[in-house]
Design a protein around this ligand. Structure first.
Ligand code: G3P
Ligand code: CA
Length: 458
């Protein structure tokens, strides 16, 4: 039975119960049914009453909504007005040329279908999908889903920012929305069918996981348990291990080129010596960053941040970028310039132990989400997070164990919580039980295997 609750939700306005969390040991962000404003399974024959066709042909057929673009694009709008919401749907391509067809979920589309708008767009279908933001922000994200099958799209819209997921994998962060909350489905280049469309008003962070979703897997320094840390080969292994984010450490060369390196010196992880900041880009490019780990990795180089981002942009993955060294806002600006030049602001989150680094990033690039690293909990993590405008609070596992209840406090305040650096199943289970939203690990493949096994009931 169709349940379109959008209108009544707006009448209720601020009286609508919103999704909030409180208390310790929260398993995951739980969407509240009271926040559901659209829940549509298309079991009735016609298009839902308040839905408005503003392009193409739309019909309900066989329990699915079928949109045909015709020669232009097909758009159906169904509501607006809430800045913070979750929009989910299942979709599959029915007809159309592989290279031309697409569908999208709009989070900022006026009821009339006029522009500007913000629409996340899925293309392809046969060999996988690519994902990009319709108005051009962000790079298309390669995504391997079930071939020619259905894909679940979810977008967490919070004000001007939206975080996009395909089959529960985060693929993009966008920040250009006008926050009108006008939701829409759109199709181009053929026919697409949709089912289980749901819009839920929420107040949680876009980085909080929804009920039953696994933690976000973050590959620490790439797959650094099996490949030399902070190298391109580590990144490739991390990606193939199913990590959603790659974590890195960034420092500037003597000629101000951002390179990936954890330590102050190059001594431990290359065949060179000296402080990285005292070496030029040309000198750093000549070093071997693989042999120290194992002979099989001889010849691996220290990547520049630009090389790393170009690889993520074209081959997939997001970046948890740790600013290790920044003596001034100019140093941070140099890093941000590279992220912008690579068109990757939508797929980068910046983290640091140093709150000043985060203040500088916020001043220069307010669209980039921020995470504060901690090896000891602050007395009041919520107050610190709010003062810095964080998306994520990121304590060490040991720090979190001192007061697991801070996860609930941070969730209730609208923040996400990731934990570093956790490499055993026993601790994955423990922190999952605390309700963390993401885990930074040297063993991304093993964590994904552990999550899959648990989902399968093993
Ligand atoms: O991502 C957290 C972690 O990287 C912080 O510690 O020393 O490995 O950079 P470290
Ligand atoms: Ca780090």
């Amino acid at each position: 039975m169709r349940r379109d609750l959008f209108r009544s939700a707006f009448v209720l306005g601020s009286c609508v119960a919103l999704c909030c969390l409180s208390g310790a040991h929260v398993a995951a962000a739980q969407p509240s049914d009271a926040g559901v404003v659209v829940r549509e399974d298309f079991s009735s024959r016609g298009l839902p009453g308040q839905w408005r066709v503003v392009g193409g042909k739309w019909r309900v057929d066989g329990g699915r909504l079928v949109g045909d673009s015709g020669v232009g694009r097909g758009v159906v709008t169904f509501g607006g007005g809430s800045a913070d919401f979750r929009f989910e749907a299942r979709a599959r391509f029915e007809r159309g040329e592989e290279s031309k067809r697409w569908f999208g979920l709009g989070v900022d589309v006026p009821a009339s279908g006029s522009r500007p708008e913000t629409v996340g767009v899925v293309r392809g279908g046969k060999t996988g999908f690519s994902f990009g933001e319709g108005s051009g922000e962000g790079a298309p994200v390669p995504f391997v889903g079930a071939a020619d099958g259905e894909v679940r799209v979810r977008v967490e819209a919070r004000g001007r920012q939206a975080v996009w997921f395909l089959d529960d994998r985060q693929v993009l962060v966008t920040s250009r929305s006008q926050a009108s909350g006008g939701v829409a489905l759109a199709v181009g280049g053929g026919t697409v069918s949709f089912d289980d469309v749901r819009v839920t008003r929420v107040r949680s962070s876009a980085f909080q996981r929804v009920a039953a979703a696994p933690v976000t897997v973050v590959a620490h320094r790439g797959a650094s348990s099996v490949a030399p840390e902070n190298t391109m080969v580590a990144q490739e292994v991390g990606r193939r291990s199913g990590a959603v984010f790659i974590e890195n450490d960034v420092r500037l060369s003597s000629d101000r080129v951002p390179f990936l390196m954890h330590d102050t010196t190059v001594d431990r992880t290359t065949d060179g010596v000296g402080n990285l900041s005292a070496l030029s880009a040309a000198q750093l490019r000549g070093l071997d960053a693989g042999s120290w780990f194992a002979p099989a990795f001889a010849g691996a180089r220290i990547p520049t941040l630009a090389e790393q981002l170009a690889d993520l942009r074209t081959r997939g993955g997001s970046l948890l970028l740790e600013t290790k060294q920044a003596d001034s806002i100019e140093d941070i600006a140099t890093v941000i310039d590279v992220v912008r030049a690579e068109n990757m602001t939508g797929r980068v989150m910046v983290q640091s132990f140093d709150p000043q680094h985060l203040r500088w990033v916020r001043a220069l690039a307010p669209e980039i989400p921020l995470g504060l690293l901690r090896d000891k909990l602050d007395a009041d993590p919520v107050a610190v997070s709010q003062e810095l405008g964080l998306a994520l609070y990121i304590p060490s596992g040991a720090a979190l164990e001192a007061r697991p209840g801070v996860v609930g406090d941070l969730h209730a305040a609208g923040l996400g919580v990731w934990v570093w650096t956790v490499d055993t199943a026993e601790r994955w289970g423990r922190y999952d039980g605390y309700g963390v939203d993401g885990v930074i690990t040297n063993r991304a493949g093993e964590l994904n295997g552990w999550l899959s096994g648990r989902a399968a009931g093993r």
